[in-house]
Ligand binder design. Structure first.
Ligand SMILES: Cc1ncc(COP(=O)(O)O)c(C=O)c1O
Length: 494
């Protein structure tokens, strides 16, 4: 069995105290803070003494004391291990209390970081039943994916190991350009495609490229919080523009911020409300952008899943004046852990975006990108999307009929033409945020729509994902939701 690699352990020889005591305290803190986990094998005393530049006796006496106090245990013939018997309440404490309490420190951060600082303790976010945006993972063709990854790792292109394909593996840029042309009528050459670590990174870069401090940047209200946060991170000013049944309300935008130069939109499937932007509105927005050196960020996040209505091509495909920066993601069509998104930029902006990208993280793992290129060009992605579209359509129908049957007294719901979630409007006295909190306690990860608004006018509804929740589980899960709604409604009456 391998032993722990204690890279953060060092001995300060200028410390006047005995060295074995110093080593004892450092090892004990590492164990209590779970840096060295229960059951971990420690290096031999000889090896540790060599690594730390101390005598073997120093290590032996530190180990002896740790053993006497129950932090370590010796296993005959197998070495020294961190005890598995340390009580949980001790773990996570720092007994030597040498470090200052981080909460007591007053750190001066930038205005942007302060604006983004969470107000309460960070809630761990895990996906679960009804998570919006969660795809079905059990039916992903992992065998094909694993075969392609193995193939490309076995014989990787040297450039992908130590070169610097800032815009992404060439094969992937080519495969994406073709895929986007066929499926979204995106009009581009492969070198206009920049592969990134998710579409959030694309959003961040576009806003960074256009926003000066204090600039008004238009976003939809309700809208994707990642857009608002990127605007704030850039020191700019998010302008929340209402959404109507055709999407982003351009007239409202013009009066709210006549000088704005960038609008962040989701025309195919407004996030999170869902309307598809009409052709008329698209043409008006392109005209508005062309008029005065303005740009549009098009977030095409889950447009691959359309169930009804007329499929409209991307805004980028309609743009004749190079005003649109198109953003897409593999998170919904594959899985978000892949961390692949992409940005398609006008030709005269390619260089600047490559430079901006190089500044943050150089590039993404290129060998995985080469495997993804083949996954797309061999047709596996298209096949998977086709299968998932049929499955998600069925799941949406089952969810709607369950919601209407079991929760119809509390909410109303309509079919969505596109995407992976639906919107269930609540009776006004049932607060969506309260339902979200209670549902979360029961493992249902739906979201409150009102939390996605910036402005004062908020709709009271639930965002319920259907794509990643098995249709057979829906009757039981909706039953649980019905009980939560009943509790909320009863609470309001008392
Ligand atoms: C509307 C929208 N845009 C962008 C993103 C970012 O996705 P990713 O960074 O995983 O590509 C998300 C993620 O949930 C989203 O819902």
């Amino acid at each position: 069995m391998k032993h722990a690699y204690l890279a953060n352990l060092s001995i300060d020889k200028s410390d006047p105290g005995p060295l074995h005591r110093q080593l004892f305290l450092k090892l004990r803190d590492n164990i209590l803070q779970n840096v060295i986990k229960a059951g971990t094998r420690l290096p031999s005393t000889r090896l540790l003494a060599e690594d730390l530049g101390v005598s073997r006796n120093t290590v032996l006496s530190a180990f002896d004391q740790l053993m006497a106090e129950g932090y370590l245990e010796a296993r005959v013939g197998a070495g020294t291990y961190v005890s598995t018997q340390i009580p949980d309440e001790l773990l996570g404490t720092n007994s030597s209390s040498e470090k200052p309490n981080p909460k007591a420190r007053k750190i001066k951060l930038s205005r942007q970081a302060e604006a983004l600082r969470p107000t309460g303790p960070a809630k761990p976010y895990h996906q679960g039943p009804f998570s919006p945006g969660r795809p079905e993972l059990d039916q992903f063709p992992f065998e094909i994916w694993a075969r392609l990854l193995a193939k490309h790792w076995r014989k990787p292109e040297p450039d992908y190991l130590s070169g610097n394909p800032v815009g992404g593996a060439t094969a992937l840029r080519e495969a994406l350009a073709e895929h986007l042309a066929q499926t979204r009528a995106v009009n581009c050459e492969p070198d206009q495609v920049i592969v990134l670590s998710g579409s959030q990174q694309a959003i961040h870069l576009v806003i960074k490229a256009f926003a000066e401090t204090g600039d008004p940047i238009l976003m939809e209200d309700p809208g994707f919080p990642g857009i608002r946060n990127s605007i704030i991170a850039a020191g700019a000013n998010p302008i929340a523009v209402p959404v109507d049944d055709q999407g982003f309300n351009l007239e409202a935008a013009k009066s709210l911020a006549p000088k704005a130069r960038l609008a962040c939109l989701s025309p195919s499937h407004q996030y999170p409300l869902g309307p598809t932007m009409s052709l008329q509105r698209r043409l008006e927005i392109l005209h508005w952008a062309g008029e005065n050196d303005r740009f549009v960020l098009e977030d095409d996040y889950d447009s691959e899943y359309r169930y009804s209505g007329r499929p409209l091509s991307s805004l980028q495909g309609l743009d004749t004046e190079d005003r649109v920066l198109y953003v897409g993601s593999m998170s919904k069509v594959m899985f978000s852990g892949l961390r692949v998104g992409y940005l398609v930029v006008p030709k005269d902006l390619v260089d600047v975006f490559l430079a901006l990208r190089r500044d943050i993280d150089g590039h993404s793992p290129a060998v995985a990108e080469a495997a993804l290129a083949e996954f797309i060009s061999e047709g596996h992605l298209a096949t998977h999307i086709r299968k998932m579209r049929i499955l998600y359509e069925k799941r949406q129908k089952v969810l709607i009929s369950e919601l209407r049957a079991k929760c119809g007294d509390f909410l109303s719901v309509d079919e969505q033409e596109c995407g992976m979630h639906l919107i269930a409007f609540l009776r006004p006295e049932i607060e969506d945020k309260k339902v979200e909190a209670l549902a979360r306690d029961q493992g249902l990860m739906l979201r409150a729509l009102s939390a996605f608004y910036e402005g004062p006018e908020k709709k009271n509804a639930l965002i319920i994902g259907f794509a990643g929740t098995h249709e057979k589980q829906m009757p039981r899960l909706v039953g649980r939701l019905a009980q939560i709604l009943e509790t909320c409604a009863a609470h309001m009456q008392t």
